[in-house]
Design a protein around this ligand. Sequence first.
Ligand code: FE2
Length: 428
Amino acid sequence: MDLVIRHANLPDGRIDVDVGIEGGRFAAIEPALPVRGAEEIDAAGRLVCPPFVDAHFHMDATLSLGLPRLNTSGTLLEGIALWGELKPDLTQQALADRAMAYCDMAVAQGLLAIRSHVDVCDDRLLATEALLDVKRRVAPYLHLELVAFPQDGLLRAPTARANLVRALDMGVDVVGGIPHFERTMADGADSIRWLCELAADRGLRVDMHCDESDDPLSRHIETLAAETIRTGLQDRVAASHLTSMHSMDNYYVSKLLPLIAEARVHAIANPLINITLQGRHDTYPKRRGMTRVPELMDAGVNVAFGHDCVMDPWYGMGAADMLDVAHMGLHVAQMTSTKGVARCFDAVTTHAAGVLGLDDYGLAPGNRADFLLLQAGDVHEAIRLRANRLLVVREGRILSRSPERLARLDLPERPSELTLEFRPGSIS
Ligand code: FE2
């Protein structure tokens, strides 16, 4: 075989397994593989897992922190105002340079598939052109797909509908929307109908910013689920954010959850952003604002986590680290049970791949050999440590290597080396 990873642990709990790769695909995953590899790597009980997938990102704004000025209040509204100030000064070159820099960072972090929204409310469609160019350039090593996103409202911004269609004609992959930002609830519902019909006509997927609000009466998700069924788009629609569900009446939610499941609409929470931007009108107690992640999962809905923003007008933090996203999601949703921790890991790997509809994804013979070797023994440790990515592999080819994270201690009479891993029971 071309490559064999020995003594790996897997996210499903299997331990001491060998992973054999041939011709860019997984050939065998089993204990003590009786073959030799042209290259052999000893995982030594570390975790081999599928690559991270970011189901929700904004690559047109990323790494623009401080341009033209900082968001001094840190609020969503100042972020939107800032983005409006920045848009007239954007150049295609600067957009592409920042996006390429982000893609480099993403690959080093083991993030090999990203769904990015691109704002189509600028009549020049500069960002669309720039990100389509980036998509072509990174295709050999990173799956980047784009959503035509009418940031200023599909019906509210006079040229948004025409621009969105132009963007799709140029090659943008997914139909976006923002119903809660339209002028009225009725306009929001109209925008959903129009966008679902457009997607169904063109055979495309849908991913809308939906109910990113603390208003419990923001119920566009209900319309989106119903329209998904009416237009036959089951499994092909994602609802991003859904933060109003946090504040909704429980009785209403008990009807809504089965409807979302029936429509097979995917849900995407963005823990880092939702916990910072929601509940801003509250005094105390302050709502957390993230959607009802475990309840959606229990209802059978596929739920992924997205990064949403990194160093842009809305969020000054972030480092393309989907384990950071899982770590925040775990805390905000109180998913600290064994099952909850595993689900948070799935939310940035397999569940997110399900949102994008990625074929060939996952650790199974026959699938494309995309995987990571993390400096952690299991998914719990991976999230706890936001573990070092020792290897990032795509199609059997190593794209990135990192040295083990190791501290050299020089304590009086106790010089030693210390890895950051510490497993329960590792000292007896
Ligand atoms: Fe977003």
